[in-house]
Write a protein that binds this ligand. Structure first.
Ligand SMILES: Nc1ncnc2c1ncn2[C@@H]1O[C@H](COP(=O)(O)OP(=O)(O)OP(=O)(O)O)[C@@H](O)[C@H]1O
Ligand SMILES: [Mg+2]
Length: 271
C-alpha cells in the first residue's frame, strides 16, 4: 500500500538520522605559510536517533575540529544536518533556536565552567537562555532535578567550581549541557582528565542519561576500550580524513584498514 500523506509525515522524521554530515572540510591559515592547512577533508557520517558514535584517531587527526565544525563553532564547508536542519546553511535565527538541541561536554570541566558562578547558576543559565521553563519557580525545579539526575546532591548546589572534585565538576558540566534538554550531546574526551574509577562513574551517568532522555551522542575518545564499551558505531580519523567507519564490533573487532589495526594493537585490551 502506498503511504498516505499522514503516515509519511509521521514516519519520515523518525527514519531520518539525528546527524547527517557530508563533505565536511576545514582549513586553517597558518602564519608565514603560503598554503592553508587542511584539518578536515570531506568527512561524512551519520548517527541514528539514540545512537552513540565514537570518534577515534591519533592526536591531531581532526576529532575536535570535526565536532566544532559540525556545530558551526569553526568555519567549515560541506553540510552538517542535525535533526533535519543543515547547521552550515542555516540562517542566524534558525541556528540560534537549533543550538538548544546540540550541546557539548569537554575534557576539562574547569574550563567550561565559569569560576565565579555557583553550581546552580551555571546550570540555570542555559535553561533560561533557551527558555526551557515557564517562570522562575519552574526553572529552579528543573535545574535542581537536572543536577540531582546527574548525581550532584543539593548540598553542592551553592558551591563554586573550585570547591568541587574533578568528577563532581564534570557532573555539573554534564548537567549544564543537558539542562536545555538537547537531542544531541557532543562529548570531546569527557573522561580523559578523570581517574579511572571516576571515569567509570561518569560513563555510567552518560549511559543513564542517554536512556532516560533518548539522547544521541557523538563521543570523542582516545580510549578504545571505552569506545568499545559505550559506542554502537565508530569513526576512525587520520590526518583529517575518515579511515574507516562502521559498527563498533566490526571496526574494532575486525578492522579492515591497516591504520585501525595499528590503533587497536597499540592499546592493551581488557580481559
Ligand atoms: N584554530 C586552529 N588554527 C590552526 N590549526 C588548527 C586550529 N585548530 C586545530 N588546528 C590543527 O588541526 C589539526 C587537528 O586538530 P584537532 O584539535 O581537531 O585534533 P584532535 O584529533 O582533536 O587531537 P587531540 O586528540 O590531541 O585532541 C591539528 O594539526 C591542529 O594543530
Ligand atoms: Mg581534540
Amino acid at each position: 500500500m502506498p503511504p498516505t500523506p499522514e503516515t509519511q509525515t509521521q514516519e519520515a522524521p523518525r527514519a531520518l538520522p539525528m546527524v547527517r554530515v557530508s563533505g565536511l572540510s576545514v582549513s586553517f591559515r597558518r602564519r608565514g605559510r603560503p598554503r592553508r592547512f587542511e584539518a578536515l577533508r570531506g568527512v561524512g557520517f551519520e548517527i541514528e536517533r539514540g545512537g552513540t558514535l565514537g570518534v577515534v584517531g591519533e592526536s591531531g587527526s581532526g576529532k575536535s575540529t570535526l565536532a566544532r565544525a559540525m556545530l558551526r563553532l569553526t568555519p567549515a564547508t560541506g553540510s552538517a544536518e542535525i535533526d533535519g536542519l543543515d547547521w552550515l546553511a542555516a540562517g542566524a535565527g534558525a541556528l540560534r533556536r537549533a543550538r538548544r538541541h546540540a550541546q557539548m561536554v569537554f575534557q576539562d570541566p574547569a574550563g567550561s565552567l565559569n569560576p565565579r558562578m555557583r553550581v546552580i547558576d551555571a546550570v540555570m543559565e542555559p535553561a533560561v537562555f533557551h527558555r526551557v521553563c515557564d517562570g522562575a519557580e519552574a526553572a529552579r525545579t528543573h535545574v535542581t532535578r537536572t543536577l540531582e539526575s546527574c548525581g550532584v546532591p543539593a548540598e553542592l548546589h551553592q558551591r563554586f567550581p573550585h570547591e568541587l572534585s574533578g568528577g563532581q565538576r564534570q557532573r555539573v558540566a554534564i548537567a549544564r549541557a543537558i539542562a536545555p534538554r538537547p537531542k544531541l550531546l557532543v562529548c570531546d574526551e569527557p573522561t580523559s582528565a578523570l581517574d579511572v574509577s571516576t571515569q567509570a562513574q561518569v560513563l555510567n551517568l552518560l549511559a543513564d542519561l542517554r536512556r532516560e532522555l533518548g539522547l544521541t551522542i557523538l563521543f570523542i575518545s582516545h580510549d578504545l576500550a571505552v569506545v568499545e564499551h559505550v559506542c554502537d558505531s565508530v569513526l576512525v580519523m587520520q590526518g583529517g580524513e575518515v579511515v574507516e567507519q562502521g559498527p563498533t564490533e566490526q571496526v574494532l573487532g575486525e578492522p579492515r584498514e591497516k591504520y585501525t589495526r595499528l590503533l587497536v594493537q597499540s592499546v592493551p585490551r581488557r580481559a
